[in-house]
Design a protein around this ligand. Structure first.
Ligand code: ADP
Ligand code: ADP
Length: 230
């Protein structure tokens, strides 16, 4: 099986909304893929399935060697160690400083303190924020907060990085900065999957494009285009 492999996945929420219908997709290690589509199409649902925020109703899903239809709750932390996640609203812990936000992601999966210290400074250096280690999230710009979130997401050296609208709250300059980081992480071998509404980015930094509409994959192109007017 591939690093991400979904076969005939269907997801129906408890209120009766079917968010994904018979989705099948296979992503190879080291790929960079955009997930595009109108609002309400099912992009976030697709992404949440990958990191086991929500479960699959029908079909099979394999991510980074984990069978998501069989995974036990106690195994979920191991899955999360293999997958980094970045969100539109950063989701940093407001009462922890930059260092602690990144370190926490390693602490929760039981990494030894010495390794944590070294790795936290390494990833903060990679995102260009070593000088902000003692700052709190509310003392940082949006672009800086997203850089910290990216540092946190790769702290455990995940095989897969999942980003849900990572540039959604950022101006163009900061958005390109974030893309530069995601590109670099991808070039180092990490599989990157990014849901986005940013047509400029998709049409400029060409990668695989998977389009979802009404819960179905309607397009899957190598070096594709954004394809919508918004
Ligand atoms: P997108 O990310 O493409 O905007 P979503 O995956 O968020 O789409 O939503 C897909 C569909 O599922 C939409 O109709 C949305 O209203 C619905 N939906 C999303 N989350 C929930 C939920 N927790 N409960 C019920 N319906 C939901
Ligand atoms: P919770 O305390 O809600 O169960 P966790 O202990 O799993 O959350 O994670 C604590 C914080 O660290 C959360 O804000 C979560 O988003 C973040 N986090 C944990 N693992 C990762 C990861 N692999 N990538 C990105 N953020 C992560």
């Amino acid at each position: 099986t591939n690093i991400i492999e979904l076969n005939n996945v269907t997801k129906k929420y408890s209120n009766g909304t079917t968010a994904l219908r018979n989705i099948s997709v296979s992503i190879e290690p080291g790929e960079f893929a955009y997930i595009v589509g109108p609002s309400g199409a099912g992009k976030s649902t697709f992404i949440k399935i990958l990191y086991r925020e929500i479960s699959v109703d029908k079909g099979t899903a394999n991510v980074a060697g984990f069978n998501l239809t069989k995974i036990k709750n106690k195994e979920v932390p191991y899955l999360r160690r293999s997958i980094g996640v970045v969100f539109q609203d950063y989701k940093l812990l407001p009462k922890k400083n930059v260092y602690e936000n990144v370190a926490y992601a390693m602490q929760v999966v039981g990494r030894p303190p010495r390794e944590i210290k070294k790795r936290v400074m390494e990833v903060l250096d990679l995102v260009g924020l070593k000088h902000k280690v003692r700052a709190f999230p509310n003392e940082l710009s949006g672009g800086e907060q997203q850089r910290v979130a990216i540092a946190r997401s790769i702290a455990n050296a995940p095989k897969v990085l999942i980003a849900d609208e990572p540039t959604g709250n950022l101006d163009p300059e900061n958005s390109w900065g974030i893309m530069e980081l995601l590109e670099r992480i991808n070039l180092q071998g990490t599989t990157v999957l990014m849901a986005t509404h940013n047509s400029q980015i998709v049409n400029t930094l060409r990668h695989r494009v998977i389009a979802i509409e009404n819960g179905r994959i309607v397009r899957d192109q190598v070096e594709g285009e954004y394809g919508y007017d918004d």
